[in-house]
Design a protein around this ligand. Structure first.
Ligand code: C5P
Length: 330
């Protein structure tokens, strides 16, 4: 027997960074959104092998040792259940590994679902959440899927009313942005803005704060909830919803430290906007960017335009929670 799970990616429909906490992480708020683009994770248990957990992946940038997020999740599950079966995990990489779309985190949660099914056992929801949050801030959102509010260091997740299925373009310039470095750069930016403000010489523009993000996000969400999104009738509602999202002023704070260092990423955002994206943003700390479109045809044209500049781009769609859960197992 083998179990194969689609490991769907995510984008961030905005992200606000707060202060560094005593544990070294930063408080943040974000709206996660799962998308249909995915890797495949295949899990087989009980095959004869030397190591209890084996990772196979032919992508050179994916570690196949105990540092792999899939390994770390499987290890914790075997430990909890006190099982000494062998587990073989094969990662079929289709998503870019440069980051921003949570692919490594999604792979780990897909491993959790696959291993539960392979072993015919289920973790209690609290255990799923504990294991996911221990392995990384971006894992718990993949336990829910759909449109998800993330708080704390990103690991506290709350299901939100789902966005309808919208065409989207995922563009990944081949630049590796370090997430810890981007957080450090944010700290430096925040510190310099504070010192300018303290000097009293000028009223420094305040950095994007969690409270501003909360206000924007909740104003948009209350609208989303109030108007509702009838299933299967997303067409003409898409544009209004996207305009509302832009009007609410939802941004990604990482753009303020990542774009000055990698102007080519800013250029891809402009390219998405020129191609007609209603909302174009950096996803997470990058290097992936996404554009949301009101029409599939426009998204297709955008892929062509961006690919012509030498940047990898694919057309996908946002994925509702229900679709995420129903389409998980292959
Ligand atoms: O949790 P995850 O392993 O994805 O985090 C990677 C790194 O990003 C952390 O070690 C930390 O340096 C930084 N981080 C942070 N604040 C967060 C999430 C991540 O500073 N909320």
């Amino acid at each position: 027997m083998a179990t194969t799970v689609r490991s769907f990616a995510k984008i961030n429909l905005g992200l606000a960074i707060g202060a560094r906490r005593p544990d070294g992480f930063h408080g943040l708020e974000t709206i996660y959104q799962t998308v249909a683009a995915h890797d495949l994770i295949r899990v087989v248990c009980g095959a004869t092998g030397h190591a209890p957990i084996t990772i196979r992946c032919d992508h050179p940038a994916v570690p196949c040792d105990a540092t792999n997020t899939c390994y770390r999740v499987a290890e914790r599950m075997l430990q909890l259940w006190q099982l000494d079966t062998t587990v073989e995990i094969t990662i079929d990489k289709r998503l870019p590994v440069q980051g921003g779309m949570g692919a490594g985190s999604a792979n780990a949660v897909a491993t959790l679902f696959a291993l539960e099914r392979e072993l015919g056992r289920e973790l209690a929801p609290a255990e799923q959440l504990r294991i996911a949050a221990e392995v990384g801030s971006d894992l718990p959102l993949f336990l829910l899927g759909g449109t998800v509010l993330g708080a704390g260091r990103g690991e506290q997740v709350y299901p939100l009313p789902d966005l309808p299925t919208l065409p989207c373009v995922l563009a990944t310039p081949s630049v590796a942005v370090s997430t810890p470095q981007a957080f450090q750069d944010w700290d430096a930016l925040a510190a310099s803005a504070d010192s300018v403000a303290a000097s009293g010489l000028t009223s420094a523009a305040p950095l994007g704060t969690l409270s501003k993000f909360s206000r924007s996000a909740f104003s948009w969400l209350s609208h989303l909830e109030a108007t509702g999104v009838p299933a299967g009738r997303s067409g003409d509602r898409a544009e209004t919803l996207l305009l509302d999202l832009v009007r609410a002023g939802i941004e990604n704070d990482f753009e303020r430290v990542v774009f000055p260092q990698y102007p080519e990423l800013h250029e891809v955002k402009r390219e998405l906007q020129r191609a007609g994206a209603k909302l174009a943003l950096l996803s997470g700390s990058g290097s992936s960017l996404f554009g949301l479109f009101d029409e599939q045809a426009r998204a297709g044209q955008a892929v062509e335009q961006i690919s012509a500049t030498g940047v990898r781009a694919i057309a996908s769609t946002t994925l509702t929670r229900r679709a995420y859960q129903e389409q998980r197992f292959v």
